[in-house]
Design a protein. Structure first.
Length: 289
């Protein structure tokens, strides 16, 4: 039993596992950044606020009723009521002086700050949202950072396309690197495969030990890569706790699942096609490789 184990987990097995793990780790990191970039774009969009400025003749009780009404709208994620007193306090802290002291009155008006759901955080949606809110006679104006919104959406689109391109390219490169690693390993066993054919072994019987071996390489390599990715995510969250809104359990489960499935599938497929290549060859062709 120990002899069999020693043959199975030999140096070739270990080196194949390490090289496959490194490729899967790189692929997992790209998948991680693609997934977190999507969450980051949602987070940024949902934290860009627009301000609904209300008229002075609107009572606080009416404002609270209006706020409740706004919160029921599908485009609203969160609302915050900012009273005249609170607005004055915030501006006094920001400016370092109290405008009410030399004006003799509070120049600020009450407002409701709205944070939108990410799918509505674009200029087109904000225009009709503005029109809808302005239908209320107590709403004086609706302010939103149009240039910032456009800039954020443009940059998010560029980054998303770039990451998707990198992910597609890296997937092809990963396939090629893992395929070459497996082909080299099976190449060294080509005469053993031919010998098994000579003694009458069927193709499924010859393939079985090679397939089992490479499935295990995929499982171990993917498991190590997943463990390193979890460690990386833990380090980032420990360094910056606010990243929990971006590095979510769903992201990590998706990334780890992708790495594991890709690792097992690619090693199995590459082993299957490489073995079949040598099974079809005649002895003379084996010497010419």
């Amino acid at each position: 039993m120990s002899k069999k184990s020693g043959t199975f987990f030999d140096m070739q097995f270990i080196t194949s596992c390490i090289s496959t793990m490194l490729v899967l780790l790189l692929l997992g990191m790209v998948a991680f950044f693609v997934m977190t970039a999507n969450n980051l774009s949602v987070y940024v969009r949902e934290n860009i606020a627009c301000s609904v400025v209300l008229s002075d003749d609107m009572k606080e009780s009416e404002i609270l009723v209006f706020q409740k009404k706004i919160e029921k709208e599908p485009f609203v994620r969160q609302t915050t009521y900012i009273s005249k007193t609170q607005a004055l306090k915030e501006q006094t802290e920001a400016m370092g002086t109290d405008p009410a002291e030399f004006l003799g009155y509070n120049p600020f008006t009450a407002s409701i700050e709205i944070k939108l759901n990410s799918e509505y955080a674009n200029t087109d949606s904000l225009r009709w949202i503005q029109e809808e809110l302005m239908e209320d006679k107590h709403v004086m104006e609706v302010n939103y950072p149009e240039e910032l919104m456009d800039s954020v959406n443009r940059n998010i689109r560029k980054i998303s396309l770039l990451l998707l391109g990198v992910a597609a390219l890296l997937t092809l490169v990963s396939f090629a690197l893992i395929n070459n690693t497996i082909r080299l390993g099976i190449y060294s066993q080509r005469f053993l495969i031919h010998t098994m054919k000579l003694v009458g072994a069927g193709w499924p019987f010859i393939r079985r030990p090679f397939m089992i071996r490479h499935v295990w390489i995929g499982i171990l390599a993917a498991s190590i890569a997943d463990a390193l990715l979890i460690g990386m995510a833990y380090f980032l969250i420990r360094y910056e706790p606010g990243l929990t809104d971006i590095i979510t359990p769903t992201v990590m489960i998706t990334v780890m699942g992708t790495v594991f499935v890709f690792g097992v599938a690619i090693t199995s497929l590459c082993a299957y096609f490489s073995i079949n290549k040598y099974l079809r060859m005649k002895v003379g062709e084996l010497y010419n490789l």
